[in-house]
Design a protein around this ligand. Structure first.
Ligand SMILES: C[S@@+](CC[C@H](N)C(=O)[O-])C[C@H]1O[C@@H](n2cnc3c(N)ncnc32)[C@H](O)[C@@H]1O
Length: 260
C-alpha cells in the first residue's frame, strides 16, 4: 500500500525497495549519456576524479544506499573505502551485492564508468577493485549527534556523498549543522565530493513517495562554506520541464576542499 505522507527516516527500513529504486533510476543509462539526472551525476563525479588529483588513503561515503556508484570513480585513487548507510535493509542489500549471494552486480553502472575511461578494461576489473578496497558498510544517521553510531573512524582524505543530505535533512538550518559535523571527519586539505538535487520536495520509489529537501544552490554552497570549505568546482544541471518520478528543479556535483 502506498503511504499518503512523505516517507523519510525509519521508512527507509520499511517502504524503500532497493531493487525498484535501482531499476527506476539506475538502469537504461546508455541512451542517456548526454542527458538526464543520473548520467549527469555519474559523469560529474567521474570528472572530479579523472585527473587523479583527488586522491588519498581513506575515503568515506555517506549514505551509500543500495548502490555504490558514488565511490566507483574514486576506486583507482584511494586505498580504503568505508561505506555508510542509514537503513539496515540497504546495508544488507549492498553487502549481499558486493560480498554475498545478491543478484545485483551493478554491471551497467560499472560499464558506464569504463566507457568513460578505459574501454579496453572489462567492467569486472573495476568491480573487483572496488570489492578489494571496501573496508566495511557502517551504520549512519545524520540526525544523531554521533553520526556513525559508535563506529570510530580516523580522519579521511576524501568524503563522497550522493542524494543523501537532500533525502534526510529536514531544513536548511539542520543542513548547516550537519555540514559542520561531517567536516570533522575530513583532514584539512581533504576533498569533499557531494552530489544531489536542488529545489526538490519528493521522489518516488515505485508507488512510495519519499521526502526531498527543498534547498537552493546558494544555500547548499553557503552551508559548506560556513563549515570550513572552499568550493573548487560546482557543476550544475537544470531540472527538466517534464518530470516522471520527482520534482527536482536542478542538480549539482560539487567538489570542495576543507580549509579549516
Ligand atoms: C535517495 S537515497 C540515496 C542513495 C544513494 N546514495 C544514491 O545516490 O542513490 C537516500 C539515502 O539517504 C538515507 N537516509 C535516510 N535518512 C537518513 C539519515 N537520517 N541519515 C543518513 N542517511 C539517511 C537513506 O537510507 C538512503 O540510502
Amino acid at each position: 500500500m502506498a503511504e499518503s505522507r512523505l516517507l523519510r527516516g525509519e521508512d527507509y527500513n520499511t517502504h524503500f525497495d532497493p531493487d525498484i529504486y535501482i531499476k527506476t533510476y539506475y538502469t537504461d543509462l546508455e541512451d542517456t549519456v548526454d542527458g538526464g539526472l543520473i548520467p549527469f551525476i555519474l559523469k560529474g563525479m567521474y570528472d572530479v576524479f579523472k585527473a587523479g588529483d583527488v586522491k588519498g588513503k581513506r575515503l568515506l561515503d555517506i549514505g551509500t544506499g543500495p548502490i555504490p556508484h558514488s565511490v566507483i570513480p574514486a576506486v583507482p585513487f584511494v586505498q580504503d573505502i568505508y561505506l555508510t548507510e542509514f537503513s539496515t535493509v540497504n546495508r544488507k542489500y549492498l553487502n549481499d551485492a558486493l560480498f554475498g549471494s545478491g543478484k545485483q552486480d551493478y554491471s551497467n553502472i560499472f560499464k558506464f564508468f569504463t566507457n568513460l575511461s578505459d574501454k579496453s578494461q572489462p567492467w569486472t576489473k573495476l568491480s573487483d577493485d572496488l570489492k578489494d578496497k571496501v573496508r566495511g558498510i557502517f551504520p549512519c544517521d545524520l540526525l544523531q549527534d554521533d553520526i556513525f553510531k559508535g563506529s570510530y573512524f580516523p580522519l579521511f582524505d576524501v568524503i563522497t556523498s550522493c542524494f543523501c543530505t537532500d533525502a534526510s535533512l529536514p531544513d536548511v538550518e539542520t543542513y548547516g549543522k550537519v555540514a559542520k559535523e561531517i567536516s570533522k571527519y575530513l583532514k584539512i586539505g581533504g576533498h569533499l565530493v557531494i552530489a544531489g538535487t536542488l529545489d526538490v520536495t519528493y521522489y518516488f520509489v515505485g508507488e512510495q513517495k519519499f521526502y526531498g529537501l527543498d534547498i537552493s544552490a546558494d544555500k547548499v554552497k553557503s552551508c559548506w562554506k560556513d563549515a570550513g570549505f572552499s568550493i573548487y568546482n560546482w557543476n550544475h544541471m537544470k531540472g527538466p520541464e517534464v518530470l516522471d518520478n520527482t520534482d527536482f528543479g536542478g542538480a549539482y556535483v560539487m567538489h570542495c576542499i576543507k580549509e579549516f
